[in-house]
Write a protein that binds this ligand. Structure first.
Ligand code: 13P
Length: 253
């Protein structure tokens, strides 16, 4: 049974002290998760060990890095490798967020390498895909996201792909307050699952959690997560407000 996941993406927000308080406030709510539910905090690199420590005693709470470099090691000043993340017990890493694609020029090919580095180091990638507004307006979003999966993911074995979490994040909905409707979300999530099924199998596709991201808020999370192919969310703005993220956790199926 695939997991239902509330993943926070703090992006480049909060000081260490603010992050520590936010985690404390969220964990204090004492939301007990079922076996099939998972909460992941995607925090900035310097906070990973603190956040990892904060969740150690919690069942199904974990932390994620927001990025890693595509090379194994070497003279890449300022970069962080998947092996470094593994060495401090980081279990998840967000890969290919649209902000990384847009501001740092990450291509589907580079992201394929990042996925390899994560999997070599037993780190579960949260692979982001999603179309910009002009593609949605042209009605070619399915073709666009299928190409993202094909070029970054399809070299993986069935076993590997089953461990990947996919986050569908339409760029026009990120930080805009404009959310995909439940019908739009369900439609494209079902499509993404069908793309996985035709490349791998129905069984494999059934195991992959597909999260929705883009203005997930306390007032729309339950409806979005209620869609059969929406397995939770990757949450930006609302994940750095304790009360909002607590409600979003409580909205998981
Ligand atoms: P918002 O929830 O702020 O729209 O951000 C979504 C996102 O980019 C999560 O990765």
């Amino acid at each position: 049974m695939r997991k239902q996941i509330a993943a926070a993406n703090w992006k480049m927000n909060l000081t260490y002290q603010q992050g520590e308080k936010l985690l404390g406030d969220i964990l204090k709510a004492d939301n007990k998760l079922a076996d099939h539910q998972q909460v992941i905090f995607g925090v900035p690199f310097p906070y990973l060990m603190m956040a990892g420590g904060a969740v150690t005693e919690e069942n199904n709470y974990d932390v994620a890095a927001q990025n890693c470099y595509e090379k194994k090691s070497g003279a890449y000043t300022g970069e962080v490798s998947a092996e470094m993340l593994q060495s401090i017990n980081v279990k998840y890493c967000i890969i290919g967020h649209s902000e990384r694609r847009e501001y740092f020029g990450e291509t589907n090919q580079v992201l394929a390498e990042k996925l390899n580095r994560c999997l070599e180091n037993s780190i579960i990638p949260i692979f982001c895909c999603g179309e910009p507004l002009n593609i949605r307006e042209a009605g070619t979003q399915n073709h666009f996201v299928a190409a993202q999966l094909k070029q970054s993911l399809f070299h993986l074995s069935a076993e590997q792909v089953q461990s990947v979490i996919i986050a569908y994040e339409p760029i026009w909905a990120i930080g805009t307050g404009k959310t995909a409707t439940t019908a739009q979300a369900q439609e494209i999530h079902a499509f993404l699952r069908s793309v996985l099924a035709s490349q791998y199998s129905e069984e494999v596709a059934d195991e992959v959690s597909i999260l929705y991201g883009g203005s997930v808020k306390p007032n729309n999370a339950k409806e979005l997560f209620g869609c059969p192919d929406v397995d939770g969310g990757l949450v930006g703005g609302a994940s750095i407000v304790a009360a909002d993220f607590i409600t979003i956790i409580q909205s998981l199926k």
